[in-house]
Structures are given as structure tokens and as C-alpha cells.
Design a protein around this ligand. Structure first.
Ligand SMILES: [Zn+2]
Length: 164
């Protein structure tokens, strides 16, 4: 359902159960961010996870060297603080670490804002309230619960302090 993605925050420090081939085939991430700590007791990042990512051509950025598999310089870099930036409607995004800035094209064109102009209202399917789409609370609604519309939803009330 998600489709292709550009930036993948690799699950659970690249443990051996992070990712699987079906998921990588469907999402085809360009880059992966691996949050991992030096000297961790769990052997992260693992060979299993990294080899899966490499087989799917995912370039990875690690926060630290970790305590698992060695990095493969063809795919992996220990980058420290990793800053991913993209402007609305841009056709590329950048990954910055230290003084290095790398640019990647956005797969499928550009990142469109999640709510189009037709979607004036947004709500969680689990909540009794709805919001104007620009309300900051909308950002906190998890994607699987988020619903939008050009008219208010039946049976829900407007969030008390919702901005208009
Ligand atoms: Zn609101």
C-alpha cells in the first residue's frame, strides 16, 4: 500500500529480523538510515539485515559503527548525525552528514503534500473530533487512522481550538 519509498529508517537497528525480501521488493527504498550504537550487546547491525539491503541496492547511513557486521564501503557509510531534507514539491532530496551533502532524485517525481487542496478536513477514524486540515494535531494522527475529506465527517465534532 505504501508503494515505493525514498528514505527507509531501518527497523530495530538492523537486527536480523529487520526487513524482508517481500517488503524490500514492494518498497524499493533508495537509502536506509541505520540507528546503531557502538559497543551494543546485541550485535547490531547484523549481516542478515545488511546483506538483504545490499541485495536490494539500498545505500545505508549509520549513526555509529555499532557492534556487528563490518560496513561495505560500496553501500555503507558511518555518518554520525544524518540530516535528510526535502522541500515541498522538490524533485530531489539531500542527505547531509558532517560536511558531506549528497543529493538523490525522488523516485516517481516529487513529494506531494499529504493533503491536497480538496481535503479541507482531517480526522482520526478512532476519534470523535475532526480538524481543519492545517491543524497541528493532524500531524499526530497515525497514517493508518488518518482520513480526510472536503466536507466534515458525519457524527464527529470540530476540535475545540481548531485553527481556521
Ligand atoms: Zn484541530
Amino acid at each position: 500500500m505504501v508503494g515505493h519509498i525514498n528514505v527507509y529508517q531501518v527497523h530495530h537497528h538492523c537486527s536480523k529480523y529487520s526487513t524482508n525480501d517481500n517488503w524490500l521488493n514492494d518498497t524499493q527504498p533508495q537509502i536506509g538510515i541505520v540507528s546503531v550504537g557502538d559497543g551494543n550487546r546485541y550485535g547490531h547491525p547484523t549481516a542478515e539485515c545488511l546483506e538483504r539491503l545490499h541485495q536490494h541496492n539500498v545505500k545505508t547511513y549509520w549513526t555509529e559503527t555499532g557492534n556487528g557486521f563490518d560496513l561495505d564501503p560500496e553501500f555503507d557509510v558511518v555518518a554520525g548525525n544524518i540530516i535528510v531534507e526535502v522541500a515541498p514539491n522538490a524533485t530531489s532530496y539531500t542527505v547531509r552528514h558532517g560536511s558531506v551533502v549528497e543529493s538523490y532524485p525522488i523516485a516517481g517525481g516529487s513529494v506531494t503534500p499529504p493533503l491536497g487542496p480538496a481535503a479541507q478536513y482531517a480526522w482520526s477514524k478512532k476519534s470523535k473530533v475532526y480538524h481543519f486540515a492545517n491543524c497541528k494535531y493532524v500531524e499526530n494522527i497515525s497514517p493508518e487512522n488518518l482520513q480526510t475529506g472536503s466536507t466534515p465527517p458525519a457524527g464527529k465534532i470540530l476540535h475545540k481550538d481548531c485553527p481556521k
